[in-house]
Design a protein around this ligand. Structure first.
Ligand code: 13P
Length: 267
């Protein structure tokens, strides 16, 4: 069942629960993610990041993702992840995505706010995620160089941008962590204190221990983004596959399903 992120994230936020948001890049990943959600009867978000689109074109991915959500036995919201280009955001909205992320986190705050407002005005009915602060990993440099979200900037962004939820940088990073991630809960607490009604989002979910995720949920985090774990599971399954194409395809689907189950069971 295709739903808005609003329908999944607000109840989670209000009850201190976490929702998994899983990024896909192809058919097998999409099938594996949905299979896991259906097995557990858990609502999820299915996402694709703008940076994947050169390899996984949106005009092909979007109809598949929307159809997979429509036919799923659980609520599935379909969202563009880290959208920057207005043309891509338009394409996602027109394809039936129910959520958009505008990522202006690398811009000066005023520009980030202005660009987010423009997306808000163009798509008033779609769920809109914004971001303040720069993550480590592929968004910035190494974890150490990431820029933690400034709580005062987050407060201004939330008041002016028109976003429905806000991704924060508190030591989380895209990709693999060197050892255990060190989340800065003091920053998260201060963001939460200033924005008690704003659903907060944690990117870079791969490798964050369950206890940290649970603690983050008590401080307003209601969605955790996962990409690296699923892509790694797919790659390992493809590399190890024996037999014909159909066996390889099923191995990839099941590997992503198993990886997704492991994440969902920890939330
Ligand atoms: P990981 O690749 O670290 O799981 O992060 C995913 C993410 O945040 C996508 O927006």
């Amino acid at each position: 069942m295709l739903v808005s992120p609003h329908d999944i994230l607000l109840p989670a936020f209000q009850t201190g629960k976490l929702v998994g948001a899983f990024n896909t890049g192809n058919l097998e990943m999409t099938l594996g993610i949905i299979r896991a959600a259906e097995q557990l009867g858990t609502p999820i978000l299915l996402q694709i990041a703008e940076k994947r689109l050169p390899h996984s074109p949106l005009h092909l991915m979007a109809p598949m993702m929307v159809a997979a959500a429509q036919q799923a036995s659980v609520p599935v919201a379909v969202q563009l992840d880290h959208g920057e280009c207005p043309g891509i955001i338009d394409q996602a909205a027109q394809a039936g995505f129910t959520g958009l992320m505008f990522d202006g986190s690398h811009l000066p705050l005023d520009e980030n706010i202005a660009h987010t407002q423009a997306v808000r005005e163009r798509y008033p009915a779609l769920w809109l995620e914004g971001e303040v602060g720069v993550l480590g990993g592929s968004e910035g440099g190494p974890e150490a160089e990431a820029l933690h979200t400034c709580p005062a900037q987050a407060e201004r962004y939330a008041a002016e941008s028109g976003c429905d939820c806000l991704a924060v940088s508190i030591g989380n990073a895209h990709g693999l962590y060197n050892g255990e991630p060190k989340l800065n809960f003091a920053v998260l607490e201060e963001i939460r204190r200033r924005l008690p009604n704003m659903p907060l989002i944690l990117h870079g979910g791969t490798g964050i221990p369950a206890r940290d995720l649970q603690r983050a949920a008590t401080l307003g985090i209601c969605k955790v983004n996962i990409a690296t774990a699923s892509f790694a599971a797919l790659r390992r399954a493809a590399a190890a596959a024996e037999g014909d194409y159909f066996a390889m395809s099923e191995a990839m689907v099941q590997a992503v399903c198993d990886s997704t189950l492991a994440v969902l069971e920890a939330l």
